[in-house]
Design a protein around this ligand. Sequence first.
Ligand SMILES: NC(=O)c1ccc[n+]([C@@H]2O[C@H](COP(=O)([O-])OP(=O)(O)OC[C@H]3O[C@@H](n4cnc5c(N)ncnc54)[C@H](O)[C@@H]3O)[C@@H](O)[C@H]2O)c1
Length: 254
Amino acid sequence: MQHQDRVVVVTGGLGGIGRAIAERYVQDGASVAIVDMDAARGEALCAEWKAAGHKVAFAAADVADYQACERAADQLQSVLGPIDTLVNNAGISPKHDGHPMAFYKMDPAEWNRVMNVNLNSAFNWSRILTPGMVERKFGRIVSMSSVAGKANIVDIVAAHYSTTKAALIGFTRHLAGELGPHGITVNALAPGRINTPLLKTVVSSANEEVVQETPLRRLGEPVEVADACLFLTSPSAAFITGQVVDVAGGWMLT
Ligand SMILES: NC(=O)c1ccc[n+]([C@@H]2O[C@H](COP(=O)([O-])OP(=O)(O)OC[C@H]3O[C@@H](n4cnc5c(N)ncnc54)[C@H](O)[C@@H]3O)[C@@H](O)[C@H]2O)c1
């Protein structure tokens, strides 16, 4: 129970990895706010967890929309109190018939949407929540990068995705430097191939190839990413900041 007094927000908290992260925080005693797109699913999940005695809240928002994120943050903090732990997890990886779009054919609208959802969302939530963290001299931020931010996996993701995941590493390292003096740690996770709905957007042969290239010879499970996330925001990791932790079974080791 290392997160008992924490108020956590998980963006994309209804997806494979996000839901596992939210669930692990709930189990660890935190108050947990989930932000995602589908209000009906979000409210249903919260009702289930509230019935089990947990402190949870849901806000429907497009994380790419700064004003919508501000409204969601106000709504969630009025229910759960000031948020001290932010998990920038929401992300998309558009595919076309199971394949990433070739760069030289990419529609600028698709490029911009991925920038907004994967990268600008992390700016939005960090910008909205850090004034309170600075004021209270405590905060924890974890952003979901990917091994795609560090290595070429052109059969699985397109240029926009790799670009945003690399940018999140720069964002993490910069914020760690700037916000450290205010008692805020900022880290990133770089999952390899994790067994979530996102995985099913590519042809299955691509995932089979990843398993063969992964030293541990399997896909990861969402809870394994969640456990790493909880470690990074726990008191056990209080002196760790600016780091990118692979949760990848040794795949694409750089
Ligand atoms: N699954 C993997 O193998 C893998 C590997 C590396 C990194 N990641 C990253 O982990 C994160 C979670 O991925 P996942 O596999 O759980 O995917 P997922 O598709 O299962 O979940 C993503 C969640 O984000 C939500 N979301 C998407 N766009 C949103 C928006 N604009 N506003 C609010 N919510 C939005 C979706 O509704 C969904 O619930 C992503 O950032 C992804 O890039 C995943």
